[in-house]
Write a new protein. Structure first.
Lengths: 111, 120
């Protein structure tokens, strides 16, 4: 199985701050069709996970442009600019190139 | 409206077996591949199995391969997960999940989960 190493495990932020979350894969996530199947999801408290970003940097409909994804091959980053209260929860990276593997999660909390 | 309702969880001893069910409604079940995903208490998410719409292909995470079997009955709109040789590390909430093909969202819809506890 592919291993997704996600850091940090937690972040304590003030509203309005910007944060970054890293996700590193044990294998290249470039698929045979040349796409890179790396998603970012948010699990808000008591809710099912919701996809925010797919194929590294494409925002899902309705996701604010405060969220951005970047990276390639094995190294990926989620950046949240100007954190708002509704952004709190656990963020997961998820690869879908070699079956499916989640990162361990990053808990975003209020400082 | 898509609905996924899991059942079959419970408290079992190590080494025992359990079979989970996920009843689907609100969509044409027989047209979609389906997943099982689990979340251990206070831990992250772990994908564990996928079955194609017609059961032609099944895939598993290494952590459950050889012990768990995913299956489905399209006539009953039901997905199953048969779990054998259960271990304490299999303790988790188990969710079934459905994709959204139009957005290529692999886990777009989730059930509420069923809790499996493996303990002596």
């Amino acid at each position: 199985d592919v291993v997704m190493t996600q850091t940090p495990p937690s972040l304590s932020v003030a509203i309005g701050q910007s944060v970054s979350i890293s996700c590193k894969s044990s294998q290249s996530l470039v698929a045979s069709d040349k796409n890179t199947y790396l998603n970012w999801l948010l699990q808000s408290p008591g809710r099912s996970p919701k996809r925010l970003i797919y194929q590294v940097s494409k925002l899902d409909s309705g996701v604010p442009d405060r969220f951005s994804g970047s990276g390639s091959e094995k190294d990926f980053t989620l950046k949240i600019s100007r954190v708002e209260a509704e952004d709190l929860g656990v963020y997961y990276c998820l690869q879908g190139t070699h079956l499916y593997t989640f990162g361990a999660g990053t808990k975003l909390e209020l400082k | 409206e898509v609905q996924l309702v899991e059942s079959g969880g419970g408290l079992v001893k190590p080494g025992s077996s359990l079979k989970l069910s996920c009843v689907a409604s609100g969509f044409t079940f027989s047209s979609y591949g389906m997943h099982w995903i689990r979340q251990a208490p206070k831990k992250g998410l772990e994908w564990i199995a996928l079955i194609y719409y017609d059961s032609s292909n099944k895939y598993y995470a290494d952590s459950v391969k050889g012990r768990f079997t995913i299956s489905r009955d399209n006539s009953k709109n039901t997905l199953y997960l048969e779990m054998n040789s259960l271990r304490s590390e299999d303790t988790a909430m188990y969710y079934c999940a459905k994709p959204d093909i139009t957005t290529d969202n692999w886990f777009a819809y989730w059930g509420q989960g069923t809790l499996v506890t493996v303990s002596s």
